[in-house]
Design a protein around this ligand. Structure first.
Ligand code: BTN
Length: 253
């Protein structure tokens, strides 16, 4: 069932935001992108769907979005001139963690770049896309494990599986995002991200220039790049994905 716009607004703490809620759509990122490009939406605007038939994930993947079991939201925001896209990524991950903490008893953790984990499983994915002068921050939170469990393509997915009001979760994420956008680049955001990203010292694998490599994580830069060290020295990963061996997921519980 689609969420009530008034219920979301209660937690958004801002009147100047358009809020739209829908039943099932193909992808909230796609809907909002089309609306913005056609002049039918202006920033800031929040679109939330009960379910998605073609939820989009990072790196060309899909995002499993069964109706009623998750929060599928996209926010259209003005891209601040001079900002690094990575700063928005850091902010979005922190906003989701804060909102989950405020609405559940969980202590979520971040796996670079912006996967949010709880109890060792991925409970949220974030897809930020630049569109013209805007950025669309798409956030999918698995609120309940679907009846029958997650399909294999959902990978290491898990759910919050606590009594959570999706409207409150959406409103709180939106409120943190809006507040953070006003102070983007504030080192406090990156510091908070680092506190929630427990992978420093871990060996991770990643692909760079078509080559599969391993290196030890040494930190996260304020612009969102992951710093890793190997026999080739220290280097910064700007985007992409890191993999952990299964026992490494222990830090993301
Ligand atoms: C990922 O984990 O790869 C990112 C997943 C992002 C999913 C969200 S759900 C709401 C928004 N609409 C989409 O189509 N994708 C994002």
């Amino acid at each position: 069932m689609k969420l009530e716009e008034a219920a979301v607004r209660r937690y958004l703490q801002s009147d100047g935001v358009c809020v739209r809620t829908e039943e099932t759509v193909d992808s909230t990122n796609l809907r909002l992108k089309e609306a913005a490009l056609a002049g039918r939406a202006c920033a800031p605007c929040l679109l939330i769907a009960d379910g998605q038939t073609a939820g989009r994930g990072r790196l060309g993947r899909g995002f499993v979005s069964p109706p009623g079991d998750g929060l599928y939201m996209s926010m259209l925001l003005d891209f601040p001139p001079g900002a690094a896209p990575g700063q928005i990524t850091l902010l979005a991950a922190v906003a989701v963690c804060r909102a989950i903490e405020a609405t559940t008893s969980l202590t979520p953790k971040i796996k670079w770049v912006n996967d949010v984990f709880a109890r060792g499983k991925k409970v949220c994915g974030i897809l930020a896309e630049g569109v013209g002068k805007w950025v669309i921050v798409g956030i999918g939170v698995n609120v309940r494990t679907p009846p029958g469990g997650f399909p294999p393509e959902a990978g290491i997915a898990g759910a919050l599986d606590q009594q959570v009001d999706r409207a409150e979760l959406a409103g709180r994420i939106g409120a943190y995002l809006l507040e953070g956008m006003k102070r983007l680049g504030d080192p406090g955001i990156a510091e908070e991200y680092r506190r929630r990203m427990p992978l420093v010292g871990r060996t991770v694998t990643f692909e760079k220039n078509g080559e599969k490599r391993s290196a030890r994580v040494t930190g996260v830069r304020d612009d969102g790049a992951l710093l890793v060290a190997s026999e080739r020295g220290e280097e910064a990963l700007q985007s992409g994905e890191i993999s952990l061996s299964s026992q490494s997921f222990s830090g993301l519980e």
